[in-house]
Design a protein around this ligand. Sequence first.
Ligand code: FE2
Length: 284
Amino acid sequence: MPSQHGLSIDQKNQYQEQGFLVLECAIPIPVIERLKSAALTIVDEFDIDTQRTIFATTDRDSGRDDYFFNSAEKIHCFLEEEALDNTGNLLKPTRLAINKIGHAMHDLNPVFTDFCRQPLFLQVLRDLGTSQPHLWQTMYIFKQPHIGGEVRWHQDASYLISDPPTVTGIWVAIEDATRDNGCLWVQPGGHRSALREIYQVDWARREGVLTTLDKTPWPDQDEAIAVEVPAGSVVIFHDHMPHYSSQNMSEYSRHAFTLHVAGHSANWSKKNWLQRPALGDFEL
Ligand code: FE2
């Protein structure tokens, strides 16, 4: 955990060398519980009949869907693929059917606004070299018991393009994350590897395309480590860090809340799927 004076030299060095950093139990559990409760309230108010868009990260063609693009400036719920039958009927209670909520929770819900503005994140980001971080997106990820889907190997810089690449991910464990319920896996040092893919939107056609940039293979399982952390822990990671999470085969959910920030002076690609013309900048 960082002290009130920020990250230690060892922690900064570890981030530089490994591309990620774990701050175990950095957030008090009552704060975590407040986030969880706010997320469940959003789900309870979700009108499932009018919005049956499925967000499956194994199929990024969902970028065709306006519901996804529009979520950049809204709070949208996305369903788990396996939560619907062939005719679109829900097979689970709504609270157990949602894959995630995104992507402007920090702008539009005061519980999440307050959480994101806590001094810890700004301090950590400054210590790691981002002096004026802009918060581009927030997500609440459910990883539901039994049906929480795999998120395949990827690098966040493929989906959040800035020049120079300055995106940092902040991943907050709302519940304990273990191998059984689909914790993060990362490749230590992999942040120095090439960017394999880039996802860009042709706005004239409102169509997103994932293009291969580099054929470097994704890490083997023996090159990856499981980031098993208790609730309240924070994982910071570099935008070139290869990471994935497996399907949740357990009976326990694995909730997480994520923030993605970029340096204020970095150029945000107009081909990014995530654009915020109405909301504008959100400075931490
Ligand atoms: Fe990611």
